[in-house]
Design a protein around this ligand. Structure first.
Ligand code: HEC
Length: 163
């Protein structure tokens, strides 16, 4: 009597699964061996005699390490309205960005604050804009020793811009 074919197929499948499992176990133990190998204590590296080289040359390039001191820029807005300015206008750049501008007209300052809000996404509440523009305009008036320069052409404002 021969076995029914279904049973034969079933037996083959069992053998295949067993073979796969055996292969898996072999692979895992091989991998484990390699892993344990990698855990073996590595001989300690030669004690660093001196600080790492400050210059590295390779492939026609020379890289030199150096140390730099960032410029001190403690500038903040001062005087009446300074809190509003320091809260709204020093998150991304220091106050000197505005303090070092040439005297600008009210319209130019309004355009600058608009640019900060719309282009650079400064989180300035719309209700604070008039007071900020006012502060900046008064600052320009003081700097120019009187009234802010009457509306210069926008091109002139661009010249005074840092970017
Ligand atoms: C979300 C970030 C951000 C905030 C907040 C911000 N600025 Fe700026 N500001 C910038 C960037 C970016 C520039 C361009 C810097 C550059 O060109 O190097 C800039 C440039 C400037 C300049 C240079 C002139 C110009 O037009 O580019 C002035 C003046 C200025 N900001 C004023 C202000 C004032 C006033 C406020 C507060 C209302 C403010 N910023 C808030 C991002 C910001």
């Amino acid at each position: 009597m021969t076995q029914p074919p279904q049973r034969h197929t079933y037996g083959r499948a069992v053998l295949q699964v067993a073979g796969l499992a055996a292969g898996f176990i072999v692979a895992v133990s091989l991998g484990r061996g390699a892993f344990q190998q990698s855990l073996r204590p590595v001989p300690p590296p030669p004690t660093p005699a001196a600080a790492p080289p400050s210059t590295v040359t390779a492939g026609g390039f020379t890289l030199s390490s150096t140390s730099i001191d960032w410029p001190d820029d403690p500038s903040t807005y001062t005087g009446a309205g300074a809190d509003l300015m320091n809260n709204n206008c020093t998150a991304c750049h220091s106050a000197s960005m505005a303090l070092t501008q040439p005297p600008l007209s009210r319209a130019q300052w309004a355009a600058t604050v608009d640019k900060m809000r719309n282009t650079y996404k400064a989180a300035v509440a719309p209700k604070d804009v008039p007071a900020i523009v006012d502060y900046l305009t008064k600052m320009s008036e003081r700097a120019s020793g009187g009234a802010a320069p009457p509306g210069q052409a926008p091109a002139a404002a661009a010249t005074g811009s840092t970017g």
